[in-house]
Design a protein around this ligand. Structure first.
Ligand SMILES: N[C@@H](CCC(=O)N[C@@H](CS)C(=O)NCC(=O)O)C(=O)O
Length: 213
């Protein structure tokens, strides 16, 4: 049985598992209490961050690596694009850009204001993180100008990676998203797999409706 430890970016993993129809268990991890107060979790991930995946004896962290692992281990799946497909490069690029280019800088641009001392949200590092988030989104804008999805004409795991990052940024009010990004979020979240994932994820469920309405 697959166990997903923690929601947060673990929502990406749950979304993929629901899309693939794989059975799993979601084990809550309360980061607000402090991961150190959860020895069972610290034994799984001594780094104390979520999500983590447990699949038999295998334990993994990094949400996007987990998506790739599940697709490789339990595929074939239409959510993955193979090396022989012309869209392979776009697929891999956006799969990783969703975390490295979008989620990471947007989190750090927001975290200073949310958790830091007065003025931390406006410091040099926070502004740089926001600028990086802005610049990477130009690649999303270009892609959406030519195709409905990150890898072209069909929904894939790259849309789970990017879609989650944009949904999170919208939820936290990191910055104003463009109409094309808003429409993209609405499009990729209008899926039964997304609805099933939301129904399992109590923290993500408490966010604004995906439509932003
Ligand atoms: N790149 C990692 C980021 C993991 C991460 O930063 N997770 C957050 C919650 S979504 C967390 O656990 N933060 C607390 C910490 O890093 O100590 C991934 O995609 O899984």
């Amino acid at each position: 049985m697959i166990t997903v430890w923690g929601e947060g970016r673990g929502f990406r993993v749950i979304w993929l598992l629901e899309e693939m129809g794989l059975p799993y268990r979601l084990r809550d991890v309360d980061l607000l209490k402090g991961a150190e107060s959860d020895p069972e979790f610290m034994a799984i991930n001594p780094g104390g961050f979520i999500p983590a995946l447990q699949d038999g004896d295998r334990v993994m962290v990094e949400s996007v690596a987990i998506l790739q692992y599940l697709l490789g281990r339990y595929g074939p799946s239409p959510l993955a694009v193979g090396p022989a497909d012309p869209a392979y490069g776009d697929w891999l690029q956006f799969l990783h850009l969703g975390e490295a280019g979008l989620m990471t800088p947007s989190f750090f641009s927001w975290a200073g204001g949310a958790f830091g001392p007065d003025g931390a949200g406006e410091d040099w590092t926070g502004k740089l993180a926001l600028e990086i988030f802005r610049s990477r989104r130009r690649l999303i804008a270009r892609q959406l100008g030519q195709a409905p999805y990150m890898a072209g004409e069909t929904f894939t795991a790259a849309d789970i990676s990017v879609g989650y990052a944009l949904l999170w940024a919208r939820r936290q009010g990191v910055t104003a998203l463009t109409p094309a990004e808003q429409a993209y979020i609405d499009h990729v979240t209008a899926r039964e797999g997304f609805d099933r994932a939301i129904a399992r994820c109590q923290h993500t469920k408490s966010w604004d409706p995906p439509s932003g309405g």
